[in-house]
Write a protein that binds this ligand. Sequence first.
Ligand code: CAA
Length: 240
Amino acid sequence: MARTALVTGGSRGIGAAISKALKAAGYSVAATYAGNDEAAATFTEETGIKTYKWNVGDYEESKAGIARVEQDLGPIDVVVANAGITRDAPFHRMTPEQWQQVIDTNLTGVFNTVHPVWPGMRERGFGRVIVISSINGQKGQFGQVNYAATKAGDLGIVKSLAQEGAAKGITANAICPGYIATEMVMAVPEKVRDSIIAQIPTGRLGEPEEIARCVVFLAADDAGFVNGSTITANGGQFFV
Ligand code: CAA
């Protein structure tokens, strides 16, 4: 039987490419979204991938949503914690609300997404946890104290989960995309974006599909020895 994958923020941007690539690789896929009903409906129409609406920052909503997915598609074998937001501002102008919104979605959202599926993965002796972090969690970024903190935190989560899950057949890995051609990056002021592209040796933004193929690799049954790792996919912009 096909394995089941859950992709948060899976109907737009990098998440949409991940959902589609997993479906193409034979997974039964559920994609979550937070607010954009129209984009989600179009995505389902075009891809046949079921979408579910909940706020990853809310534990009870996540738990209830995951229960619905498991009822519809079966136990979740692969969880891709991809949902993320930016609220960029220089630190001296960053508000407590901008800090908290990003923490809730990008960091607590990972806890809320993985925690409800973890006991089932342990029981069944198989699981793949894949967290989409960021180059900016590795190197920091002007204007992203909040975002960089969450993306660095994601790396701590996977390195810890990798140790806790290993004996139960569960791996946990992170992917650190660089600047990818999505709405999130396009929202960066053009002048700033151009200066960022100038720092990428590949000379271009990445494509969402280039991140999706990393996910398909990590999700595979035969990727069991890759655990606690960070895949860097940033066009050579930054090395750890
Ligand atoms: N390093 C040093 N100084 C910088 C700087 C940098 N990287 N970026 C801006 N500054 C300086 C500017 O030169 C300017 O200085 P002066 O006042 O002396 O001229 C000052 O900071 C203000 O800059 P802005 O005019 O840009 O200020 P702003 O308030 O309009 O915007 C900002 C600030 C929101 C942080 C804006 O610079 C910005 O959006 N930066 C991009 C942040 C970024 O990379 N976000 C990534 C989003 S995509 C994503 O997050 C996905 C992923 O994982 C990669």
